[in-house]
Design a protein around this ligand. Structure first.
Ligand SMILES: [Zn+2]
Length: 501
């Protein structure tokens, strides 16, 4: 009905009269921030029509007390009084958006829970080559993306493509220059970069966290359960350590005991999810990596991937049963910790494309444009979990995160910087077109590594759409790195910029 009325207004025309010039410009976007090219902007007084053109703007000359009508086929029209403004940016919504918003509102009333599943050592090419019907179905109803581990090659964040290193990048949302896990012996993790479990418990002390794992060190060393340096983090439920029980699981040369343990771990995870529904949990499965190390690329590794796929299907079924029986809404995130050597697939640890090559699956199609259009990283999982669970990450932690949420609002990402001749130059990317002011902060110290606060100083403001920023800075002598935070409307993006050569 609204559209019909407006159609009359446009097509029957209104007497056009000339008035004193008042120019109005602006953008017209949809809810995702994309420009709605071709939108008609009609003066209610004069009938003059302007169109959003390929410059992604409109310009209309009319009176300062006019009212403008914005219309494009498929969207609800908007009627906006000018009130003397020279710039009016408009967001058009469609009836479908209204439905989506209603769905979001309905889902907001459901209790959200997350289970992360990490299945060890499956490179993206192997994933695509092998039969994985359960993960394929999850990707189909949700989302799949190639991803990477290993930090930024050739920079301080470069991170070995080693198992525990990858797990901790997932758990802390940071690369190894921060979390300090460089190998599987996990010598001295820096617990000043908290895991997602600690962040969760700080936000929701009453919430329940759980781990189901074929490797006990994940709980005792990476999560650091019970250590004073992790605030004595306590899992509400832990099911792990069976690899140490050589009576029940004798260590056979073919390492099939680990396959049996993966099976046991998943059976318990599924049962526990159905009956107890932990708010945040992690399932860790190992069999694939062992087959890779022993046999390299070939039938043993491939059938291990298919085997783990079926176990992941078991967890997905458990989540579905739980959702049917409760008013809960679950996010399942499945990923892997590294790829495999390009030559034979046996080992990993280096920076080859294949060793860095991983993937992420979510069971819900809630990816944002960053996730949709870019190669995502294992460090993105922590911000994604926090976003989904509505956790407001404290600034002192957010300022150190190397990841970007795969869901929700993303203003900027891929922040990079150089320092030359006293000037700090920054560049970043955006996917949305909102003009928002962002603030650039720098810190010349890294107190965070010792658990103290850094003094971030604002050095300028910039429209996030500019995607670049330069300023003169004066770091104290011998400062090795300037820590940079681009604080946007919805989150922070960080990078370390090398100063001392
Ligand atoms: Zn691994």
């Amino acid at each position: 009905m609204k559209r019909y009325a407006l159609g009359c207004l446009i097509f029957l025309g209104v007497t056009v009269t000339s008035f004193g010039q008042h120019s109005i410009t602006g953008t017209v976007t949809d809810l995702s921030g994309r420009s709605v090219l071709g939108t008609h902007v009609v003066s209610k007084t004069t009938g003059v029509t302007a169109i959003v053109d390929h410059e992604e703007k409109y310009r209309i000359d009319t009176q300062s007390n006019d009212t403008l009508i914005y219309y494009f086929y498929g969207y609800d029209f908007q009627v906006i009084p000018v009130n003397g403004r020279a710039k009016i940016d408009v967001v058009l919504t469609s009836p479908e958006d209204t439905l989506t918003n209603e769905r979001i509102a309905a889902s907001a009333n459901r209790k959200r829970k997350v289970v992360m599943i990490l299945v060890d050592g499956i490179s993206t090419d192997t994933f695509h080559k092998v039969s994985t019907p359960y993960m394929d179905a999850m990707s189909e109803q949700g989302w799949f993306s190639p991803a990477y581990v290993g930090g930024r090659r050739g920079t301080i964040s470069e991170t070995p493509s080693i198992s525990a290193v990858g797990y901790n990048s997932m758990l802390t949302g940071t690369w190894c220059h921060k979390h300090h896990v460089f190998g599987n012996s996990i010598v001295s993790p820096n617990y000043n970069y908290p895991t997602v479990f600690r962040i969760y418990k700080d936000a929701y002390p009453e919430g329940k966290i759980a781990i189901f794992s074929t490797w006990e060190d994940n709980r005792t060393k990476l999560l650091g359960e019970g250590l004073s340096s992790t605030g004595s983090l306590k899992l509400d439920y832990a099911f792990d350590g069976f690899e140490l029980d050589t009576a029940a699981y004798p260590h056979d040369a073919n390492k099939h005991y680990l396959k049996r343990i993966d099976n046991k771990v998943v059976a318990e995870a599924a049962d526990y999810i159905i009956n107890h529904g932990p708010d945040l949990s992690w399932v860790y499965l190992e069999h694939t990596d062992d087959m890779g190390h022993m046999h390299g690329d070939g039938p043993e590794l491939y059938s291990a991937v298919t085997y783990e796929d079926a176990l992941i299907g078991t967890i997905q079924d458990a989540v579905k049963l739980r959702e049917q029986a409760t008013d809960e809404e679950w996010l399942i995130i499945v990923t892997t910790d590294h790829g495999r050597k390009p030559t034979d697939g046996k080992d990993h640890g280096s920076q080859s494309f294949r060793e860095r090559s991983t993937w992420v699956i979510m069971n819900r199609p809630i990816q944002n444009l960053y996730a949709q259009n870019n190669q995502v990283a294992i460090v993105d999982i922590l911000p994604t979990v926090c976003n989904y669970l509505n956790i407001d990450i404290p600034a002192s932690t957010a300022n150190e995160l190397d990841g970007i949420s795969l869901t929700g609002a993303v203003d900027a990402f891929d922040l990079r910087g150089t320092y030359l001749g006293g000037y700090l130059q920054l560049d970043w990317l955006t996917e949305y077109r909102n003009h928002e002011e962002a603030t650039v902060y720098v810190s010349y110290t890294n107190e965070r590594k010792d658990g103290k606060e850094d003094q971030y100083k604002a050095v300028g403001q910039v429209d996030v759409q500019k995607r670049t920023f330069t300023t003169k800075i004066n770091p104290p002598k011998k400062t090795p790195y300037v820590k940079v935070v681009l604080k946007t409307k919805n989150h922070a993006v960080t990078t370390w910029v090398k100063v001392k050569s």
